[in-house]
Each structure stands twice: as structure tokens, then as C-alpha cells.
Design a protein. Sequence first.
Length: 368
Amino acid sequence: MFTETTSLGLDVHARSIVAAAIDGVTGEMIERRFPNDPLAICAFAAELSKVHGPLRVIYEAGPTGFELARTLRDAGFHVLVAAPSKLLRPAGDRVKTDRRDAQLLARLDRAGDIVEVRIPTRSEESARDLVRARDDARRDLMASRHRLGKLLLRHGYAFPGKTTWGPTHDAWMREIRRDALPTHGAGSVAAFDDGYDAVQHALARRDRLGTSILEFAEDSEFTEITHRLACLRGISTLTGFALAVEIGDWGRFTGSTIAAYLGLVPSEYSSGQSRVQGGITRTGNSHARRLLIESAWQHKPGYLPGPTIRKRWQQVPAKIAERADLGNRRLHHRWDVLTKHRKRHTVANTAIARELAGWCWSLATMEA
């Protein structure tokens, strides 16, 4: 009768998978190499479990995603996807191969040192794909605008107005293109035309994806949490939906641990009587962290609920709206306190983002 679990470590790549299993009783190492075929891995795991008893499969989270984990789970296997930043690698180990990586995963599992990441559902991953596609479009738009602005600046043209990339700025750029830029040569004109087209394409892409997100936000499994989060100042429907799909299962956290998951807590270097705190850890979900840091700035101005946020409160139960109002007042008060203590604005905003994460968790998990 088997009493120990056999650990199967997988080093997964786009075209290949290296497997290393450690028998739970004898310590025997069994190694194989496969093409990246989940069904072949399932067959190997089934063969192992027949000979070596109960099996636990471990592989490192990465660009290959979670389809392998889902396939193995559907086949009845216990699967752990390890957090790469939490893997304990020997300090003196200077040799890295696929085989050694698979062995390391199996050994860490045997020692109970695997920190696993949550495997998202297919619907969560699909929604994340949409949210991150819009984020990519937003970044592309910023980069395209920056390149076009620098092109004009190199030729001595700086926009005299205050607000860039609005109708007035667009009309100014068109005038420069028509009347002034041709004097700098055909190459400069062609570069401007290409840069302008890139800006328009990225803008249309961002807006198109934003429209898709708004449609999903109003009719999906994430609608309720999106509406709840949007009751907080600085969190639009787009931001609320993005936070909902990035976090997924809010119930796995508490009001304090969610900030640690998002990398919003201070790093610490302490020994003996010395305790030194540094900048935030920046671990965990960087997408959600950026959204919260951007939203936190909106809590600095004076708080007076307007028609937009009151309309959002009408979409949720009264208890949620009251809790959100309390959170908005508290976050603005914290901004005032930190400002009076002359904290640097970036430091203060990070502290507000950390507290905002807790308020988001509170609204997402609160019983109506």
C-alpha cells in the first residue's frame, strides 16, 4: 500500500517538456523528455501513478500558461503551479539546465517548499486577455505619441497650448505638417505621416478594446464586483473590471494580505535590534498594482460625491454604497494627513494605494 506521494517536476517550454519524478518511498529518480503535448504528459503521469503510487505534478508558472495544469487536473491529477519568484534555488548552483530545473521542482515539492499560484478559470483568463490587450494598446498609444512629439520637437516645433492630444493639438500638428514640415525634406514628412498614422491606429485600437470591456463589464460573471469596485473614487468601470479579473477569487485574501499579494507593502531588512524598511516589494500582480496606484491619485482632491458616483451607488445594495462612501472619505482624509506630514507625493500615493487595495477587498467580499 502506498503511503507517500511521488513528486513529478516538469520544466515546460514552448516545444518541449522535461520531466523528473522522485519516488515517494524509494527516492528513485525517473526522467523523461517529451514534446509539449499535454496528452503525452497525462499518459506518463498515469503510468507513474500505477507503479509509484499517488502523484503530485509541479511546474513553474510562465509564458506557456495554464492549459497543461487544466488538462492534468481534468485527468484527475493533483497539480501545483509554482510561483517563480518564490523558488528556493541553491546559492552556489551555477549550472542551469532543463533537466536540473525539473529535478529542483520535484525536490522542492518533497521538502514542502513550493509556493503555488492560483490557476485561473478559462473565463477569467479570457477576460484577462481582453484587459491586457487594451493595456498593450494604451502603452502603444503612449509610445506612438511620444515618438511623434519628439519628431516635431527635433525640428523646433513645440505645442504652445496646455492640453496635448486634444482637437486643438491635432489641428496644430496638421498645420505644421501642411505649412512648415515640407521645408525640412521629404523624409521628415514621410516620418510624420507614418507616426501620425500609428497614433490614430493605436487610439482606435484602445477605444475598440475599451468598448468590448464595457460590454463584458455589464453582462458577465464579473459584473457585480465591477459595480462594487466602481463605487470607490478613481475606479472607473474599465478599472473595476480589470481589477475584478486580475484578482479573480477575492475570498483567498484578507484586507491586509491583498496588499502583500500586489507588492504594495514595504520591503524589510532586519537583523537583531536593527529594523530597516525599504520601498515596496513590487511582487505579485503588476497589472493590478499599477491600476491601484493610478486610482489612488484621485483621492487627493476634496471629496464631494457627484452625480457620476451617486449613479454607480444606485447599482449596488445600500450597504455597499455606504461602505464605499466611508472608504472614499477615509482615503481622502489619509491624503490630508500625509500631506500635512510633508510626505513626498509618490510615497503618500503608494500608501493610499495600499489602503485602497484593502477597501476594494472589503467591497468585493462584503455580504449585501
